[in-house]
Design a binder for this molecule. Structure first.
Ligand code: SF4
Length: 200
């Protein structure tokens, strides 16, 4: 199973396939993996020591960044993510980023789980996906309902204040007008927005 994969000069960690969402643009329904990644379907979630064993085979400082970005939501395994990120920080200077839905408070039924990332994660990319809770529900389809949108906004504010390097993303499956409203929301929060092409 592919725990690690590379795209360009970044190293990706595929820590889980579990996800509480069912995004309309999710490529998992159509594809086994990304270009060059091999299959990203895991037989099971790898243990922290299995991830660390794979990382030991890599020259981490040769990468631009290491990214937690599974075929799933990495923060389903927030405690393992933190453990692995701390290990990476202990042996290298490489930047550590996470791509997330930002709804880990609902996943773990715990307030302010974002605090766990401070000090071991350098950058956070958060899927904004839509400008309002109703529209978010249609695109992201989280099992928690509309509450997920507000949890994601709260998570993003905390990360902005306490980690600093944060970016929102939307996929161009929503309309230009919706993207404009996402930009306004992102601007209000002082967070840059990246508009991504849907993977084909
Ligand atoms: S959060 Fe990511 S893995 Fe989960 S459904 Fe959406 S695109 Fe797919």
């Amino acid at each position: 199973m592919n725990i690690l994969y590379t795209i360009g000069d970044s190293l990706y960690i595929n820590i889980t396939n579990k996800c509480p969402c069912s995004c309309s643009f999710c490529i998992r329904k159509e594809m086994d993996g990304l270009k060059g990644s091999g299959s990203l379907w895991l037989d099971r979630d790898p243990s922290v020591s299995e991830v660390v064993d794979e990382l030991k085979k890599q020259e981490l400082n040769s990468y631009k960044e290491v990214v937690f970005c599974g075929y799933g939501e990495p923060l389903v395994r927030i405690h393992e993510v933190v453990e692995v990120a701390r290990y990476i920080k202990s042996i290298s200077n490489v930047k550590v980023r996470i791509n997330t839905t930002g709804i880990s408070d609902l996943i773990h039924k715990e307030n302010n789980t974002a605090r766990l990332l401070v000090g071991c994660i350098d950058a956070v990319s958060i899927s904004l996906n839509a400008p309002t809770a109703d529209e978010y529900l249609k695109v992201t389809r989280p099992k928690f309902g509309a509450e997920a949108f507000y949890a994601m906004i709260k998570f993003s504010k905390y990360v902005k204040e306490n980690i600093g390097d944060v970016a929102f993303s939307v996929v161009n499956v929503i309309s230009d007008e919706q993207i404009e409203r996402c930009k306004s929301l992102a601007d209000e929060m002082g967070i840059p927005l990246r508009v991504r092409e849907k993977e084909e």
